[in-house]
Design a protein around this ligand. Structure first.
Ligand code: SF4
Ligand code: SF4
Length: 416
C-alpha cells in the first residue's frame, strides 16, 4: 500500500512567502505517484514536519562509501526510522561539477534519469563547495548510482578533511569581465590534487575557488581557503565615445550619482565634454564602474590573478575574508598555470605540516602570523598586501625606513 501524504501544517507555512520554497519541491516529488521515490519523499516530509514540531534534527552520520574512494558520500541515517521507515537512509552523493558549470541539456537529463532510478529525484546545483549534490539515496543504491555517474565521465567530489570540490565562475567562456581562463586554472589545480580529494588526509578541509574578476561570482573571497581572483595591472580601457553615449542616456546627474560618487577611492571624474578621467593609481579594481558602464569600460590589457588565503564564514575566530598573499600574477602561458599549481602545492604541504587538527587555513595563519605563513611559502612581503591604508595616525614607525629600503632593493633585483 502506498504511503499517505503526511499532514505538514508547519512546513506549509514555509510556502506562504513570496519566494519559491524547497517544501514545494519536496511535495512535488512526493506526489509523483508513478515514480519509485514517491513514498521515500512522503516519509521524508513526515520526518521533517516531526523535526519542526519537536525542534530537533534526527539525522546522524555513519560510514557509507563506494569502491576505490575514501570520500564523496555524505551518510545520513535517521534516528526516527521506526516512525518513518522508508526514509531511514538518506545519503548524499557529491559529484564534481564541470569547470565554469557548463552542461548540455542532454547531460542534465541523463543525470536526472539516473537519480530517478536510484535516488530521491532531489538534486542541488550546486552546493556551497561547488558539488552537484544528489540528495537522498539508500546504502544499497549508492554504488549503482555512482557507477552510472562515473560512466558519464564525472568524478566523485570531496568530503571530510581533504581537498574539497572546487568551483569556477562561468568567466572566460561568456563574461566580458574575465581576466584569465578560470576553467583551465581550476582544472589544472584540481587535477593535481585528486588523491587529496579522494583520500582525505589533511588536518582539515581545504577549498580552492576561482573567479574571473573582483565581482567574485564564485564567492571565493568569503568561502575559499585559497581564492584566485582575476584582476589587471595598469590602466583600465576606456572607450570615451561610449562614455559620452552613457552620459547622454542617464544625464550628467545620473552619471555622477550612479558612477562617479560610488567609486570607493574617488578615482573618477567627469569632464565638461562628458568624457571620463580615471586616476588609475587610485583605482582599487572594485569593478563598480565597469559593471555599470559595460560598453565604455573594460579591464586593462595586462591581466592576471590576485591570490587570497584564509577566507571562511565562520571560523572559530570569527568571519574572515581572504588575505592577499599574491597581489598580481600573470596568467597567460603554460608556465604561468604551472606556477599557480606549484604555489598551491607549496601551500598545501605547509598546511599539512603546520595546521592543528580541525584548523582551517585562516585560523592557522591567525595563529602563526601572516609573515611566518608567507615565509613558509617563500613569498616576498609586498605593500600591496595591505588591504586598506591605516586611518589611525598613532602608528609606531621605528624600523619602517629600513623595511622600505629592503623592499626597494628586492624590487630592483627582481627587475634586473
Ligand atoms: Fe564574470 Fe567576474 Fe562574475 Fe566571473 S566573477 S562571471 S568574470 S563577473
Ligand atoms: Fe573606482 Fe572601482 Fe571603478 Fe576603480 S573599478 S575606478 S575603484 S569604481
Amino acid at each position: 500500500m502506498p504511503r499517505k501524504m503526511p499532514e505538514t501544517p508547519l512546513l506549509d507555512q514555509l510556502e506562504s512567502g513570496p519566494w519559491p520554497s524547497f517544501v514545494s519541491g519536496l511535495k512535488r516529488l512526493a506526489q509523483a505517484e508513478d515514480k519509485p521515490y514517491a513514498d521515500y519523499m512522503k516519509s521524508l516530509l513526515g520526518q521533517l514536519e516531526h523535526s519542526y514540531q519537536t525542534r530537533k534534527g534526527y539525522w546522524k552520520g555513519g560510514t557509507v562509501g563506494v569502491f576505490g574512494y575514501g570520500a564523496g558520500i555524505i551518510p545520513r541515517f535517521s534516528e526516527v526510522a521506526d516512525k518513518f521507515p522508508e526514509s531511514s537512509e538518506f545519503h548524499t552523493i557529491r559529484i564534481m561539477p564541470a569547470p565554469g558549470m557548463h552542461y548540455t541539456t542532454e547531460l542534465l537529463r541523463q543525470m536526472c534519469d539516473i537519480w530517478e532510478r536510484h535516488g530521491s529525484g532531489l538534486v542541488a546545483f550546486h552546493g556551497q563547495s561547488g558539488d552537484i549534490m544528489f540528495q537522498g539515496c539508500t546504502t544499497e543504491k549508492v554504488q549503482p548510482a555512482w557507477d552510472e555517474f562515473n560512466a558519464l565521465g564525472f568524478d566523485m567530489g570531496g568530503a571530510g578533511a581533504g581537498v574539497r570540490t572546487s568551483v569556477s565562475c562561468v568567466g572566460a567562456a561568456r563574461c566580458e569581465q574575465s581576466c584569465y581562463d578560470e576553467a583551465r586554472a581550476m582544472r589544472s589545480v584540481l587535477n593535481n590534487f585528486l588523491d587529496d580529494i579522494h583520500r582525505p588526509s589533511l588536518p582539515y578541509k581545504m577549498k580552492f575557488k576561482f573567479a574571473g574578476c573582483a565581482n567574485d561570482c564564485a564567492n571565493a573571497t568569503q568561502r575559499a581557503d585559497f581564492a584566485v581572483i582575476g584582476t589587471w595591472k595598469g590602466d583600465m580601457q576606456v572607450d570615451q565615445a561610449e562614455v559620452v553615449n552613457f552620459v547622454k542616456k542617464v544625464g550628467r546627474k545620473g552619471m555622477i550619482d550612479q558612477v562617479i560618487r560610488l567609486c570607493p577611492t574617488n578615482a573618477l571624474s567627469l569632464n565638461d565634454d562628458d568624457t571620463l578621467d580615471v586616476d588609475n593609481k587610485s583605482c582599487v579594481r572594485c569593478m563598480h564602474c565597469l559593471n555599470v558602464m559595460t560598453k565604455a569600460l573594460t579591464p586593462g590589457t595586462e591581466r592576471g590573478i590576485c591570490i587570497l588565503a584564509g577566507g571562511k564564514r565562520t571560523l572559530k575566530i570569527g568571519d574572515l575574508l581572504g588575505t592577499v598573499i599574491v597581489p598580481f600574477m600573470k596568467m597567460e602561458s603554460d608556465e604561468d598555470y604551472e606556477a599557480l599549481v606549484d604555489l598551491c602545492q607549496r601551500m598545501l604541504d605547509f598546511f599539512a605540516e603546520n595546521a592543528l587538527e580541525h584548523e582551517r587555513l585562516g585560523e592557522m595563519i591567525d595563529r602563526i602570523g601572516l609573515v611566518a605563513f608567507l615565509e613558509g611559502l617563500e613569498l616576498d612581503l609586498d605593500p600591496n598586501m595591505v588591504s586598506h591604508p591605516r586611518t589611525n595616525p598613532y602608528v609606531r614607525m621605528d624600523g619602517w625606513d629600513e623595511e622600505v629600503r629592503k623592499w626597494q632593493s628586492r624590487k630592483a633585483e627582481a627587475a634586473e
